[in-house]
Design a protein around this ligand. Structure first.
Ligand SMILES: [Zn+2]
Length: 316
């Protein structure tokens, strides 16, 4: 039973339909979510697994050991659980293996290209690097306000990067067809992971969808509402708090600190202002002091000196 794989976007969601006719599967994500998660999926951890899969394929071909068949599929299935794009790899290889099994593993060199699996972690790492670079130049809200198409063209025309570092858009197999019995959408029939990535990047750019690097975890996130959001809503490892919760605490602390700095400054300012009337200091002396005091306050606001140090300076 051949595996299918379709991807489409409807409103703010992306849909994956895969599996076989007897066992169809569908998963739904927020638009942009799978691509961004893919960027931070550490596939190099699994290099050994892919190397072993390659070895098993070679054995299947040369020794025709059908007992490897099941374990290969099981391993590919386990990898597919780690990221939805790897479901495509699973489906493609499941079909190839079934065809090879029907041929009793005779003359299947072209059918089972084991290098494709062995090199997959390397290819994924390269793609991650390419997409991060493209995001930084084109989709990052802090990369400039020009339309994304313009920035993209400038990036591709500049030739400043090594060609191998630039993501290459390929021809895609897209059909306009009914989806979920309720609408029509452009449906992608991908041949490999490249196609899925190209499809989503194209749509992000078409929608002028801005992204930002989270101030806490350093990963990209989709700006879905206000453009001044600085933290993503990923959960921090080993905690129930998200980066956004963390950011709110940081901002609150900063604000509380700022208020405290201002209070200390204000109190000392008033006290010394009173000295002028009492004839203890001249207005000139006071303004000279207040100028330096403001500089010290700015240093304290910027965290160059602590609140205690600032306070000690004021009391001098
Ligand atoms: Zn974050």
């Amino acid at each position: 039973m051949p595996h299918k794989f379709k991807v489409y976007i409807q409103n703010d969601n992306e849909y994956f339909e895969y599996g076989t006719e007897d066992y169809p599967l569908r998963k739904e994500f927020l638009f942009g979510e799978t691509l961004i998660n893919f960027l931070y999926f550490d596939i190099t951890e699994f290099e050994d697994i892919y190397m072993e899969l390659g070895e098993k394929l070679k054995s299947l071909r040369t020794e025709k050991k059908p007992d490897y068949y099941g374990s290969l599929l099981a391993e590919l299935g386990k990898m597919a659980e780690k990221h939805i794009y790897l479901e495509l790899t699973y489906g493609v290889w499941a079909d190839r293996l079934e065809e090879a099994l029907e041929k009793e593993f005779n003359n299947v060199e072209g059918l089972l290209p084991e290098n494709e699996l062995i090199k997959l972690p390397y290819k994924v790492s390269l793609l991650q690097k390419q997409i991060k670079e493209l995001f930084a130049r084109v989709l990052d809200i802090d990369s400039g306000r020009e339309p994304m198409g313009k920035k993209l063209a400038a990036y591709y025309n500049a030739h400043t990067a090594e060609p191998s570092d630039i993501f290459q858009f390929k021809k895609l197999q897209i059909c306009f067809e009914p989806v979920r019995h309720e609408d029509f959408a452009e449906v992608l029939y991908p041949n490999d992971i490249y196609d899925i990535i190209g499809f989503f990047v194209k749509e992000l750019i078409r929608r002028e969808q801005r992204l930002r690097v989270c101030k806490n975890c350093g990963k990209y996130f989709v700006l879905r509402g206000r453009s001044n959001v600085e933290y993503c809503d990923r959960l921090i490892d080993g905690s129930e708090k998200s980066c956004r919760d963390m950011g709110a605490i940081n901002i609150w602390n900063r604000k509380k600190n700022d208020d405290e700095v201002f209070k200390l400054y204000r109190r000392e300012y008033k006290r010394r202002f009173g000295w002028i009337r009492a004839g203890k200091i001249s207005p000139d002396e006071f303004y000279k002091w207040s100028e330096i005091a403001r500089e010290q306050k700015t240093r304290c606001d910027n965290g160059e000196i602590s609140l205690d140090e600032f306070n000690a300076w004021l009391k001098k």
